[in-house]
Design a protein around this ligand. Structure first.
Ligand SMILES: Nc1nc2c(ncn2[C@@H]2O[C@H](COP(=O)(O)OP(=O)(O)OP(=O)(O)O)[C@@H](O)[C@H]2O)c(=O)[nH]1
Ligand SMILES: [Mg+2]
Length: 302
């Protein structure tokens, strides 16, 4: 899996790794080294707060362990970065929930990701229902229907424009009565500042619970984040988290960015686990996010 991801997001790795190599080979453990590392992390979208935490931790480790070799400093940095991604992780993270609600701002890759995951589940022998809860744009419904045809997965779509929660209610009833294994609900992109649209998501969640009735099936809500948007994503994510209590994040378009720091900022500033990464438009261009592989790729460790 490692090689597979590494080949696909070489842009992220090449960019970061070349600079890391240069910082580690051209410096001793001194202020200039820490400053260069800090600049690299910030310019890779790690965020100022998270970067400062990383540098402070690294300085403490070097002091407490009396480290004098650069190779050891790199090992410590690797552990610090992995710890950020793994801290407070709930061991029960479900990468293939039965009911999945995908949310995010416009154009982040929700519909594409819905199709990718549905395709994977279908290949694993599961009965999957895709739901087009983007009820106002006919093109959005058509986009999901096209994916559905391509991957041979049923798409539940509204018969007319209207309320997303109505469609979701009917879809959950279908999910229950026709014994689907998974239902993936693709919602309309929305700006976090549009209060009405954010309330619509709250309502969708309530309606899911109502339609499920006595049946206990956990719902997971994932935020789809476009890696190309960098730090701009954080205000959005905070509001989505407040409104619908997210369970995780999917980071898309990693193939289009030369930066790799977003993952640390998402985890440490939002405490949201990154569950999948997407790195292209094809069905296969995504993978479960593996923190160790990712950090090893960034730091060019074997
Ligand atoms: N390069 C690249 N493009 C992607 C990736 N994921 C999605 N895209 C492209 O990004 C564009 C938007 O993707 P959609 O899946 O339609 O995004 P969306 O979030 O559903 O958009 P709205 O429903 O309009 O909010 C499309 O052209 C996709 O092909 C990715 O990982 N890498
Ligand atoms: Mg969409």
């Amino acid at each position: 899996m490692f090689k597979f991801i590494k080949d696909k997001i070489t842009k992220v790795y090449n960019n970061f790794t070349a600079k890391i190599d240069s910082i580690f080979s051209n410096n001793n453990i001194n202020d200039k080294f820490f400053e260069e590392l800090k600049i690299l992390l910030i310019s890779a979208d790690t965020g100022i707060k998270t970067t400062e935490k990383i540098i402070e931790n690294l300085k403490n480790k070097i002091k407490n362990k009396n480290i004098s070799e650069m190779a050891q400093v790199k090992e410590e940095l690797s552990v610090i970065l992995q710890d950020i991604l793994n801290s407070d992780l709930n061991n029960n993270i479900n990468y293939t929930p039965k009911i999945l609600l995908l949310v995010g701002i416009n154009g982040t890759g929700k519909t594409t990701f819905a199709a990718k995951l549905a395709n994977k589940l279908k290949q694993d022998g599961k009965k999957v229902l895709l739901v087009a809860a983007d009820t106002f744009r006919a093109a959005a419904v058509e986009q999901l229907q096209e994916w559905g045809k391509k991957i041979d997965v049923t798409v539940f779509a509204p018969s007319k424009a209207g309320d997303a929660s109505g469609v979701v209610y009917d879809a959950i009833i279908k999910f229950k009565t026709e014994n689907y294994d998974h239902i993936i609900i693709d919602t309309a992109g929305r700006l976090q500042t549009k209060v009405n649209l954010m309330h619509e998501l709250e309502k969708v969640k309530r309606v899911i619970a109502k339609a499920l009735g006595e049946i206990h099936v956990n719902l997971s809500s994932w935020l789809i984040i476009d890696a190309m948007l960098g730090q701009n994503s954080f205000e959005q994510a905070k509001i989505f988290k407040e409104v619908i209590n997210l369970d995780g994040a999917v980071l898309t378009k990693l193939d289009g960015t030369g930066k790799g720091g977003m993952v640390f900022a998402i985890k440490s500033q939002l405490n949201l686990p990154i569950l999948y990464v997407s790195f292209g438009e094809k069905l296969q261009d995504f993978n479960v996010f593996d923190s160790k592989e990712y950090v090893f790729g960034l730091l060019n460790q074997e």
